[in-house]
Design a protein around this ligand. Sequence first.
Ligand SMILES: CC(C)(COP(=O)(O)OP(=O)(O)OC[C@H]1O[C@@H](n2cnc3c(N)ncnc32)[C@H](O)[C@@H]1OP(=O)(O)O)[C@@H](O)C(=O)NCCC(=O)NCCS
Length: 404
Amino acid sequence: MFDVRSTENLEDFQRAFLAIGQYFGAEPTSERLEKFSQSLPFERMHAARENGAIVGGAGVFPFELSIPGAVVRCAGVTVVGVYPTHRRRGVLRAMMRAQLDDIHARGESIAALWASEETIYGRFGYGMASYAGEISLAREHSEFARPLEPRGRLRMLEPSEALELLPPLWERAFPQTPGMFRRERPWWENRVVHDPPERRDGGGPKRFALLELDGEPQAYAIYRHNPKWDEGSSAAQLGVIETIGATPRGTAEIWRFLLDIDWQATISAELLPIDHPLFFLLAKPRRMKYRMSDGIWVRLVDVGAALSARSYAHDSEVVFEVADTFAPWNEGRWKLAGGSCERTEDEADLRCDVTALGSVYLGGFTFAELQRGLRVEELREGAIDRADSIFRRTGVAPWCPEIF
Ligand SMILES: CC(C)(COP(=O)(O)OP(=O)(O)OC[C@H]1O[C@@H](n2cnc3c(N)ncnc32)[C@H](O)[C@@H]1OP(=O)(O)O)[C@@H](O)C(=O)NCCC(=O)NCCS
């Protein structure tokens, strides 16, 4: 019914982008979209057409995503939208079909996204794969549990310096953190450092602070002041946009710096991982009112290739019976053994649909949790425990610090 194909020129790209633009109030100018297409090339934007007119768009950033023990190619699904004139007529479904087939043909074994609503993407095989949380901490409750004598040297960076000095820190953190993706230069320029006044929500410009310790950069923070007055006293909010530390010490010191900035009443941050060090650094972690939500969602596009790509705690075997109506090539039994996953005729230990495998993929959830949520069925006694010991998380919880 709807013809869905990749875009080939800026005009179609713009119309396809305007589908999501309808909901974000964005006015995608040619200049802005040309920049955007440096990260999302025309051929990765699918447009749905009815009688030749574009009525929906769905894009993919060709990412490299960090997963346990490796970095893999990943389709970063983004800017999905359907014109309000064409909602609930199957446009999204048609775009998801064309997009997934394209991702599969390109050999990207996983796809990931941030969902605007949790109800949309499960039917297409995406499983919630990480948590993200936001905090709001009153400055008077920001003391640390243990004294921290800062050793590092802090300095503010101009945007042009940030462009040079921040990426190496991200590059150090990214392979150690499942859920982070590699940022190419245009991403840094057009998204991280770029700061048009109309996107500041009444706040000040982005500030970039760098912490150097033991002779090298060890952490950075990007934040914004949102000044406000309440009966003559400051009710300002310091909005932390992103903080990356390459070492625990660096992370602690950059947070101490942020928490100590004068003239703020509260500090707020979004998209923090569930295992953020502030829970242990702060004397009163309860006061940061951590509010948890879903983070990125992952879909195994090719079950065998995806499960073979990550690392595991040990080499034991587990056999899955996988249901995947939207990507039938994944249906059936798969044996994970020695870190490699292949089709098998062996009896299955666990039965689940592909969304469950997406949920455990980055280490954000366990099979035991999924079983309790009625998402996985144990067919052989002890299989849940065995699968969890194989998939056991080492190191940090998955974390994607940016909505894409
Ligand atoms: C979400 C959106 C893309 C759906 O597009 P659509 O063309 O109306 O969806 P479809 O008609 O193809 O629906 C496909 C299925 O998803 C369901 N669905 C669609 N949107 C849904 C929503 N917001 N919540 C719950 N279910 C939804 C439909 O009921 C249908 O279910 P079925 O498979 O059981 O029949 C569209 O509403 C939109 O553009 N929303 C605003 C922007 C947005 O949220 N984009 C997602 C960014 S991550």
